[in-house]
Design a protein around this ligand. Structure first.
Ligand SMILES: [Zn+2]
Length: 463
């Protein structure tokens, strides 16, 4: 397997002043125009306009060309799908036919492919300014029983934080489900492995690099008993719950036919409604359902590009937020978005949500807030997602000294509307995991060739 070189991590206990940035988006409305002081893994000071650090500092990073934001946080992805972007047989299809076509390919996934896809998708996210990645892996063909362990190993090389969700499918085609029987597992296998993976990998302390959650692919790809058992295991081990919900109207029809009720009522029946749950997409809800979701403080992974590409619909973010839901941002899988770039997703959200709510309510700060503090609250992380003293030093540096930003007045608005797509530097827990363009290129080269070859192998196996 291809191992990338560990980033050049400076573990000295220096206090670093990130000096005089062009602008800072703190996600908490505080003033940090003079920059930030980082010590070890944390931010220890936000400096107001025209001020210098109150604390002593050992070194300086000049930030005159940079907009600083909290490291972006992705709340939903399927890393393995980077191997099947734009497959001719799947493009231009809505969700269900798209899924049925791709399951035939995904059933040939192996451990080497998943390792490579995890590294590639995570690096792609990091290069767009993402400090915490998230994956929902639910395809377990024979031989890939230790998928989450493979992903945890692959991530160690990169230095980002991650939420890995142990996905599941127990209803194959022969039981009325969508996927072929070859990619589903038995209920016992799923529950036992879920408990093992939590015990082995889940970190619950401040500054954690790896969190685990439990995540049936959708309420219709597992049995009712497994949905309920998953909720009870998650509660017992104090981990979060995740699944896809209300992505399309087809799904509502499918659920009513299968269970005689709409998906949210079914989720309620399975004891899933509560702040421990976050849902990918969350588009097709009635007003009463939004009230119910808000009452239970459910989190939503808002995936604008995927929703537009598959023509699924527009997430009612503001109604959900007003009701009490937490809104985070996500790129979704790379076969429905085809792009793991969270900076671009922020722009897509601004454009898409303005169509629904108008220009005044959907601002650059609003959508950046969803991708940072919003995502952090969806993933129950109060140590990241904001630039404030005491928070982890997860910081994206965006260089505005480029043609596309030239002439811009408001740097934060420019970041979103002029279309930023890459971070020049990325700090995670005080470590510069992306140092500069040369470093970013070197990391990419180490992963790219193998991923391309493995994708070709996967396509050939299913041809
Ligand atoms: Zn998804």
């Amino acid at each position: 397997m291809n191992h990338v070189t560990k980033p050049n991590i400076d573990k000295t206990s220096q206090k670093i002043w990130l000096k005089s940035p062009l602008a800072v988006f703190t996600a908490s409305n505080s003033d940090a125009s003079g920059g930030l002081v980082v010590h070890d893994d944390k931010i220890i000071e936000c400096i107001s306009a025209g001020q210098t650090p109150k604390s002593e500092y050992d070194s300086v990073i000049e930030c005159g060309n940079f907009v600083l934001t909290p490291g972006l946080i992705n709340t939903h992805h399927h890393f393995y799908q980077t191997l099947t972007r734009c497959l001719p047989q799947a493009i231009n299809k809505p969700l269900f036919p798209w899924l049925k076509t791709l399951y035939k390919v995904w059933q040939h996934l192996d451990d080497e492919m998943l390792y490579s896809a995890t590294q590639l998708a995570s690096l792609e996210l990091m290069l767009s300014g993402t400090s915490m990645v998230c994956d929902h892996h639910y395809v377990f063909p024979k031989g890939l029983d230790n998928a989450i362990d493979i992903q945890a190993e692959a991530l160690k090389q990169l230095g980002c934080r991650a939420m890995l969700t142990r996905g599941s499918m127990s209803l194959g085609e022969s039981d009325g489900g969508l996927p072929p029987d070859s990619v589903v597992q038995t209920q016992d296998t799923i529950i036992q492995d879920s408990i093992r993976v939590i015990k082995q990998h889940h970190e619950s302390f401040e500054g954690a690099y790896l969190n685990i959650a439990l995540a049936p692919c959708s309420p219709f790809s597992v049995t009712t008993e497994l949905m309920q058992e998953t909720a009870s295991v998650a509660q017992k081990h104090n981990v979060l719950l995740h699944t896809h919900l209300a992505e399309t109207e087809d799904e509502n029809v499918f659920c009513e036919r299968m269970y005689g009720m709409r998906p949210l009522a079914y989720l309620d029946k399975c004891n899933w409604l509560g702040p421990q749950t976050w849902l990918a997409h969350g588009i097709h809800f009635s007003a009463d359902e939004i009230t119910l979701l808000g009452k239970h403080k459910v989190g939503i992974a808002h995936c604008p590009s995927s929703n537009m590409l598959l023509a699924s619909g527009i997430c009612p973010t503001l109604e959900l937020e007003k009701a009490g839901c937490k809104i985070g941002m996500a790129v979704d899988g790379s076969a429905s978005n085809d792009c793991s770039n969270l900076s671009q997703e922020v722009r897509q959200s601004l454009l898409q949500q303005r169509l629904k709510y108008g220009a005044e309510l959907i601002t650059a700060e609003k959508v950046l807030g969803w991708a940072t503090a919003g995502s952090a609250s969806v993933l129950h992380r109060n140590d990241i997602g904001e630039l404030a003293p005491g928070k982890q030093a997860d910081i994206a540096f965006f260089d505005l000294n480029e043609l596309r930003f030239s002439g811009a007045g408001d740097p934060i608005a420019a970041l979103v509307t002029c279309g930023v797509y890459k971070a020049s530097k990325l700090m995670v827990g005080g470590n510069l995991v992306i140092e500069d363009e040369q470093h970013a290129n070197a990391l990419s080269e180490q992963i790219l060739h193998q991923h391309t070859q493995l994708a070709k192998q996967l396509h050939a196996k299913s041809a």
